[in-house]
Design a protein around this ligand. Structure first.
Ligand code: SF4
Ligand code: SF4
Length: 464
């Protein structure tokens, strides 16, 4: 049964804005590792070259997507659809098993918010310093730090916008035009648009995007169940909470929570996880790191806040039991559909050829009788070649006894990464024993050197 995630009032930090405190710990380390990995990919990939061209380039003008050694054309739309379906199913599967892993560690909103908060802490200090300064007078120090922060934010946002557009326009050309001041209006607009979106989302809106704008946050509760891992506060162990000196053990009847509110202070969405699972919790585990640090200081066992499941058994306490509960209907269904989609995608990728053919019969000239009594139909053969080397092609027609192409139409050459349109005259001899009507025929295009590369294009031959 889907789990209902309660909606608890937004900001438990008590301020209109969230002033998240920095945190160190095992999960923070993982989060930064993922920030480094994803951003190294994002900022670095467009600068890589592959066979003399940009390794990853979505060339919308030429309608070709280059990804390392692969080139995808509009005819590969089905593969793109399958890839998107695989991504969606993977997200569903991981969410059903481990909650909001994507939101907490890899979502661009989380990643850029982390980077922008890092800049904020370097320029304005940690939570306490920022709060004190923002509640104080607007003096020269306040303005200088704000200007530095927003200046650095805008620079990072501009670089992000430039990189993003560099996936669609060759980035070295884009950089050259930018330096020379000859950037096209369209590229300028999209760099500015994406830069402002980054600056606004990661700098200003931040947790509001997750709480109020992201549709995934709203419907993921459907994928949760009692065995989904979420960040949970151990109420039985923590309550009744109460402040006490670090060295003092909890008295009889007192819970382990010392009510230090560190878990609230580090929360990037400003919630108090001790109120239970909330839709605003992005599963970043910052509160786990903060609470573990506090438990170390008061000499208590870690894990007062931890990854756990509603069914009451935490992963840490009973990993085998949790693993056994992976075999549940919801997870198996997602895994089965994902497996089928992956198999289809793998088959599609392994059997796809770089050459695509599309044939159209000339409808203006239905059927023509030649001087020798033969019958001729006219066709346009559109070839799309996504490979890295030119191809010498052999073209033949089949499907009717005696049907042929003129000798000079039996061969063609197409360049690398090129399109070509050929006019073909399919002919039937005068003595062919074929009745009037429409007959299916097939054009077979083969690569002259590699007989393995062969594609068929179906059409019809009309005899009046
Ligand atoms: S409650 Fe904890 S896991 Fe959830 S968003 Fe806040 S800090 Fe992150
Ligand atoms: S960090 Fe731990 S001890 Fe401190 S208030 Fe939160 S749950 Fe209680």
């Amino acid at each position: 049964m889907a789990r209902t995630i309660p909606i608890v009032p937004a900001n438990a930090q008590g301020d209109a804005r969230v002033y998240a405190r920095s945190v160190k710990g095992w999960f923070a380390g993982w989060r930064w590792a993922l920030v480094a990995f994803t951003q190294a990919l994002f900022y670095g990939l467009p600068w890589l070259t592959w066979n003399g061209r940009q390794a990853v380039l979505f060339d919308l003008d030429a309608r070709r997507f280059h990804i390392l050694g692969f080139t995808f054309t509009p005819q590969d739309f089905i593969l793109l659809t399958l890839l998107l379906a695989v991504c969606a199913l993977s997200l569903f599967l991981f969410t059903a098993i481990a909650g909001r892993l994507w939101c907490g560690y890899a979502c661009p909103q989380t990643v850029y918010s982390e980077l922008f908060q890092w800049i904020e802490r370097r320029t304005e200090g940690d939570r306490a310093a920022r709060l004190r300064r923002d509640r104080g007078p607007r003096n020269a120090d306040w303005w200088a730090r704000k200007l530095a922060k927003h200046g650095l934010w805008l620079m990072l946002a501009a670089w992000t916008g430039f990189t993003f557009v560099g996936y669609f326009v060759p980035i070295r050309t884009l950089g050259g035009e930018l330096i020379a001041g000859t950037l096209a209006a369209g590229a300028t607009f999209w760099i500015g648009f994406y830069a402002l979106a980054t600056y606004g989302n990661a700098g200003w809106l931040r947790e509001k995007v997750c709480k109020y704008m992201c549709p995934y946050a709203r419907f993921q509760g459907v994928m949760f169940d009692r065995d989904t891992l979420t960040v949970t506060y151990d109420v039985a162990r923590g309550e009744p909470r109460g402040a006490r000196r670090h060295s003092v053990k909890p008295a009889l009847g007192q819970g382990a929570c010392v009510d230090c509110t560190l878990c609230v202070q580090v929360c990037p969405t400003g919630i108090d996880i001790r109120q239970g699972l909330q839709y605003a919790c992005i599963g970043c585990a910052a509160c786990i790191d903060a609470c573990n640090g506090m438990m170390d200081r008061v000499g208590q066992a870690r894990g007062l806040i931890r990854y756990g499941t509603e069914s009451g058994l935490s992963l840490r306490d009973t990993p085998r039991a949790w693993l056994a509960r992976l075999w549940r209907v919801r997870v198996l269904c997602y895994a089965a559909v994902l497996g089928v989609l992956l198999a289809l995608l793998a088959t599609g990728l392994s059997t796809r050829t770089p050459l695509k053919a599309d044939v159209l019969r000339d409808r203006a000239v239905l059927s023509r009788v030649l001087d020798d009594g033969g019958i001729e139909n006219l066709y346009r053969l559109h070839l799309t070649h996504a490979g890295e080397a030119p191809l010498n092609l052999r073209i033949a027609v089949d499907g009717l006894a005696g049907i042929t192409l003129p000798a000079d139409e039996g061969h063609a050459r197409i360049g690398a990464q090129a399109n070509a349109t050929l006019i073909l005259h399919a002919r039937l001899p005068a003595d062919a024993d074929v009745p009037a009507g429409t007959h299916p025929i097939t054009f077979r295009i083969t690569e002259e050197r590699h007989d393995g590369l062969a594609i068929d294009a179906a059409s019809s031959f009309v005899i009046r």
